[in-house]
Ligand binder design. Structure first.
Ligand SMILES: C[S@@+](CC[C@H](N)C(=O)[O-])C[C@H]1O[C@@H](n2cnc3c(N)ncnc32)[C@H](O)[C@@H]1O
Length: 381
């Protein structure tokens, strides 16, 4: 069993949520940088991170990091990495790149040089001159940051937000990783009610149900590293069996997703079925203005229309004012509202207990967090 430096890539603003997840999974030497959480682990840990991280975008394995200010230096230092320890002879190894504040600023040149250096290194071991690249995928990234070259391999394949349940999408769907992060940030517990009154395709309620039932977010999908020869198949077999053992399918949950749009709710119901949580989430057609609950305590977590992608600006202002009045009636609840509208608090007529700057795709947004009182005792909820 070897020791690997692993990078969980995150959306900006979600590093601390992902770091909490990484620590909870028991990984060692956890450090946080912009857009990433770094940790040390084994082959098993690489698989576990892919299966269980809810808020991270992907899991990369670092193969080398060194200073490089010339293309010669980049070539020689990349070639010196024992690539045949990582890549089998038939590996597919496309090279992506990025460069920030570095002498080697041409991304396409960095990519081409790294590709050539890997080929030269592999030629020596495999004694061939041409690689067909028909086997397992090892997507490589060369990242230049202030003249430091870091080479990683993506172990996830498609992004971790692809849980495998969203065959259909709504008007402006939230990424599954972001929805999970909002729930984790709210510190929602499965014995508490959760409502998303703008649920669209159901991402927040579905992610909450997965969290509530302790279902691994990657349970129903495949990962690139499942086909890597140096990760024993037995690890995957055991970890997948464990996801079934630890899932609590009998967990009672009080999760409601509502939306004004009937059509989008059909999508939500189908997504919930595909995620095997349809009996745990109640979807209903309801304009937000009619939102109410008999429960004394709970959490509202939502991303209402922003006016950037859907909806007209005047309408949005009216909607946010209305939200302020409706949510105020649930004054013992906590609310978490994700929006890009700069005047949200003004329209909602309440200052947030805390604001968090995030990115929803390319849109700069804020998570407005309003903390309600703590429920006195479990039995009282
Ligand atoms: C940004 S989308 C939410 C996307 C959702 N989180 C998802 O993952 O698909 C906003 C949603 O609010 C709904 N909506 C707009 N006005 C509403 C209203 N007055 N009451 C309830 N829902 C409304 C829209 O139909 C849309 O589905």
């Amino acid at each position: 069993m070897a020791d690997y430096k692993v990078v969980a890539a995150t959306t900006f603003g979600l590093e601390s949520v992902a770091a909490r997840e990484v620590r909870d999974l028991g990984f060692r030497d956890v450090t946080v940088e912009n857009g990433k959480v770094l940790f040390q682990t084994s082959e098993e840990g690489i698989c576990r991170a892919n299966l269980w991280l809810r808020s991270a975008d992907r899991v990369r394995v670092e193969v080398g990091s060194f200073k490089a200010t010339t293309f010669d230096e980049l070539f020689e230092k990349t070639k010196a990495i024992p690539w045949s320890d990582w890549l089998p002879e038939n590996a597919q190894f496309p090279v992506d790149g990025k460069s920030v504040k570095s002498t080697l600023f041409s991304i396409s040149d960095c990519q081409a040089i790294v590709k050539k250096a890997i080929v030269e290194s592999l030629k020596k071991t495999y004694k061939v001159t041409w690689f067909e690249e028909t086997g397992p995928l090892f997507r490589i990234e060369i990242a230049m940051l202030k003249d430091q070259a870091t080479i990683t391999i993506d172990s996830s394949g498609s992004g971790l937000h692809r849980r495998g349940y969203k065959t259909l999408i709504g008007l402006a769907p939230l990424r599954e990783t972001m929805a999970a992060a909002l729930i984790l940030l709210s510190r929602w517990k499965p014995d508490t009610a959760l409502i998303d009154p703008f649920c669209g395709s159901g991402t927040i309620p579905i992610e909450a149900a997965l969290i509530g039932m302790n279902i691994a977010p990657g349970m129903n999908r495949q990962f690139a590293c499942e086909n890597w020869p140096w990760i024993p198949k037995e690890i995957w077999r055991q970890l997948r069996a464990e996801t079934h053992d630890v899932a609590d399918f009998s967990q009672e949950l009080h999760i409601i997703g509502s939306d004004i749009n009937d059509e989008v709710l059909k999508v939500a119901r189908r997504n919930a079925e595909a995620a095997f949580v349809s009996d745990k989430v109640h979807f209903q057609t309801l304009p937000m203005a009619q939102l109410s609950s008999k429960r004394k305590y709970g959490k509202i977590i939502c991303n209402p229309p922003y006016g950037e992608r859907i909806g007209e600006v005047g309408e949005i202002d009216r909607l946010y004012k209305e939200m302020g009045k409706v949510f105020a009636q649930l004054d013992t609840w906590s609310y978490y509202v994700l929006t890009s509208h700069p005047d949200f608090e003004l329209l909602f007529k309440k200052l947030a207990s805390k604001k968090r700057k995030l990115y929803n795709g390319n849109i700069r947004v804020d998570l407005y967090q309003y903390y309600g009182p703590r429920p006195p005792k479990r039995a009282a909820r």
